[in-house]
Ligand binder design. Structure first.
Ligand SMILES: Nc1nc2c(ncn2[C@@H]2O[C@H](COP(=O)(O)OP(=O)(O)OP(=O)(O)O)[C@@H](O)[C@H]2O)c(=O)[nH]1
Length: 374
């Protein structure tokens, strides 16, 4: 649920809150290829191990060749990405997507495994495929996210490569992507500016651009490409306008700068996760409960409507005339005879089949009474 939208008016039921509050927090790490997701997950892993609360790690990247940690559940144990590519004649991205689709069909089992361990866990961490769109824009990514978020308090950690974002255009593209993930998942989202060790001044420039769109526009102007007349290019004008649009989005966004490599500010990340978990309870959970109730009510309404139509059909058919077959019955019998004759002809070997069919048709007639023409 977006923090930039007004929160729902409903409050989650006490029972739902009580049940959910005992559950571990799920952290879904998403980020562009090479932003440092795997290194970040490893950092979370070592930090939580050091504090005596080891996380439960699920690896959803079938193509990863080296993982610095041991995942509790690894997609690679279930699906062989190289074989998927070969058997379905796919390229690398198609192979990853299909592997994830295949794994998603078993995701209920993954969830039940996590649920069994839930009492002893504080954090569950999901590492997603390197190609961001494979998770964020696929049906299986949405199914996994929804399944997890409807079972556990869930937070999305959007990992950003800070040095690469120093260019205003790249920064804006990344922020637009974060915005799209927020609106798609509706979950609390933390923007994690990673690799702060590799950029002078860390992620301070990004914080400033998010706080003050004029600072962003100034940076844009200084790096602007000008056209032949010395005017800013179309792209720069567009980004100027977009910075105004994103201003509202930034004002509700929570961000933190870390270095997955050195471990700098990882404590700040966990503080931010606590806040995001609160947000899950305040905004996502009530909305989830509302949508679930609405869906159940619609389903019940549909069922009762079908039942009442069925009952009124039965009532219309009423008692049958006592003597002689009606026009409708005669027509049906004729049709069935014709059909049977067409298929089997006069072959005596098929007489038994024909008899059996007629007997069955008789049974059907005695069970159902169709409305007759008056
Ligand atoms: N300096 C620095 N380098 C980092 C940091 N985090 C990750 N890296 C480096 O960034 C590169 C990519 O890191 P990964 O953790 O493999 O990134 P990823 O997002 O999992 O990559 P894919 O899954 O292949 O998309 C590696 O060379 C890491 O060592 C960091 O905090 N600081």
């Amino acid at each position: 649920m977006s923090s930039s939208e007004p929160g729902p008016s409903t409050v989650p039921s006490a029972a739902l809150l009580d049940e959910a509050s005992k559950k571990p927090t799920v952290i879904i790490t998403i980020g562009m290829a090479g932003s440092g997701k795997t290194t970040f997950v490893q950092r979370l892993n070592s930090h939580l191990h050091a504090s005596g609360t080891p996380p439960y790690i699920i690896n959803l990247d079938p193509a990863v060749t080296h993982m610095p940690f041991e995942a509790n559940i690894d997609i690679r144990d279930t699906v062989d990405y190289a074989q998927v590519m070969k058997q379905y004649r796919l390229g690398p991205n198609g192979g990853i997507m299909t592997s994830l689709n295949l794994f998603t069909t078993k995701f209920d089992q993954v969830l039940s495994l996590v649920e069994k361990r839930a009492d002893e866990l504080q954090h569950v961490v999901l590492d997603t495929p390197g190609q961001i769109e494979i998770f964020t824009w696929s049906a299986s990514g949405a199914i996994i996210t929804d399944a997890v978020a409807s079972t556990f308090p869930t937070v999305v950690a959007y990992i950003v490569d800070t040095p690469r974002c120093a260019a205003p255009a790249t920064f804006m593209s990344n922020m637009l992507y974060a915005c799209s993930i927020l609106y798609k998942t509706r979950l609390p989202l933390l923007v994690v500016f990673n690799k702060t060790d590799a950029h002078p001044g860390g992620h301070a420039f990004a914080e400033e651009w998010m706080r003050d769109f004029e600072a962003f526009q100034a940076a844009l102007a200084s790096s602007a490409h000008r056209d032949a007349d010395g005017e800013p290019t179309y792209m720069n004008s567009l980004m100027n306008s977009m910075s105004l649009v994103l201003d509202e989005f930034y004002s509700h966004l929570k961000s933190v700068g870390v270095s997955a490599l050195t471990g700098d500010s990882i404590g700040d990340f966990f503080e931010a996760v606590k806040g995001a978990r609160e947000e899950y309870f305040k905004e996502y959970l009530p909305e989830l409960e509302r949508v679930t109730k609405e869906r159940d009510a619609k389903l019940a309404e549909k069922q009762s409507d079908s039942l009442s139509r069925f009952m009124s059909d039965l009532a219309v058919s009423g008692p049958q005339p006592a003597a002689g077959p009606s026009w409708n019955e005669e027509m049906e019998e004729e049709d069935e005879e014709e059909e049977t004759d067409d298929i089997y002809g006069d072959d005596p070997r098929l007489l038994d089949i024909r008899r059996a069919q007629k007997a069955k048709a008789g049974e059907r007639d005695s069970e159902f009474r169709w409305p007759r023409p008056g």
